[in-house]
Design a binder for this molecule. Sequence first.
Ligand code: ATP
Ligand code: MG
Length: 464
Amino acid sequence: MYLRFMLRSLPQQRIPIRTISQVAGNPINRIEPARSVRGTHDRFGIENEKFTHIQKIGTSIAKLYCFEQISTPILEFSQVFERTLGSESDIVGKELYSFIDHDDKLTLRPEGTAGIVRALISNNMDRDLPKRFYYHGPMFRRERPQKGRLRQFEQFGIEMFGYENPTSDIEIIEMAWAFLNKIDTDTSFELEINSLADVESRAHYREVVKDYLSQNASRLSSDSVKRISTNPLRVLDSKNPEDIPIIQNCPSITEFYNTISAERFNAVCQGLQKLEIPYKINPRLVRGLDYYEDTVFEFKCTDSRLGASQGTVLAGGRYDNLVQLMGGKEKVPGIGWAAGLNRLAAILRDDIVVRERPIAVVIIQDRDKVILSAGNYSTSNNMMFYCYGLKISKVLRSHNIKTIFFHIPNANHSSLKTILANVVKTNASHAILVGEKEIMNDKVILKDLDLRIQNEYKLEDITN
Ligand code: ATP
Ligand code: MG
């Protein structure tokens, strides 16, 4: 009692997870239940199946468009991201998970492109162009967790190196459109595109934006005010409500395109029209990373399930200077996109995932509906029956029949009715019941769990 009082009066603090021996030595201590890290999410059941479903569609589309898979490490040297994403970007400024490992500064990748460009250079693939890659895996950003915004989330993406022609922009946007349309959701997607133009046009625009923002600095968020002198274009990507009205009235980049940039963007738009892909030009779309230039685009879904600022499900753009920025010898044009799998899974229809129904193998004592427990392992014959059931399961599985074997606890005296109720919960279509009599006659009982009828069969007749 006194101890309980003492514990209650202690200030709230994190109780470390104790080892088993510590607990065994002090049975009064209760272990605090293990928790997950903020912004991370356990995926299981139908949600996991939805992920797999979307990944499969992504993979089949990628193969159809002749992309090959690339897998790069989650851990990279921090400079892979710090050098490329832009020191003023939210990701580098405040969202990287970085740590010192002996003398190295390492980072958990916040996105896929920079690591793939690093791999292109490290493996001399920049001398063997063109290259078309697809990838999927987890990314890490220390964002404020919300619906559709996690600290560990998954992306499916593609990168294409060695093509500078606007036809490559059109092809990958068309590919993204095909991918999204193949995923059955109840919602529709809107494509927004813009051109950030070439370095020359952008430098001009940058000065204009800087002047405009300076004139409106008193109405901007403090983060955006800091960026006016360092990276004014980043302000246009701000999601801060204070900044939105100012951003909306900012001069548009469209007016500052030089002839090359204007013609290039025009060619991309014309191509999309030819391919009948609906789009909207959003002249204020700048994307969150500094390496983009010329074409940038985002697919947004209008579904309220994703929340107001988490509607973008797929985004990308061109990055023709990134390879050199990371130490590549030659200029290698690049373009790509990444889709957020967590957001796509959240809007995927439940009935899309078809679960193949298993066959359940249940050992019974006899037809009097008594379930046989495994009994005492060393003396009991029952183990023999169980192994016979496992053997049947093995045979069924070798015929590619999804099978769930029912392990009954040692001292179980449940009725067959109770067990069958549990079998039904597994979504099994049939149960195979095996008792002593069946084993003797080399037969099994096959019970149709939907129609509730049962018949005796030879095992090979079932597998056939
Ligand atoms: P947002 O504007 O929503 O923050 P972003 O521009 O930062 O997205 P990208 O870096 O382009 O996103 O990543 C591509 C896609 O990955 C996004 O469109 C989104 O679907 C998904 N994504 C990005 N960040 C997260 C996150 N924190 N949690 C879940 N999905 C994310
Ligand atoms: Mg973001």
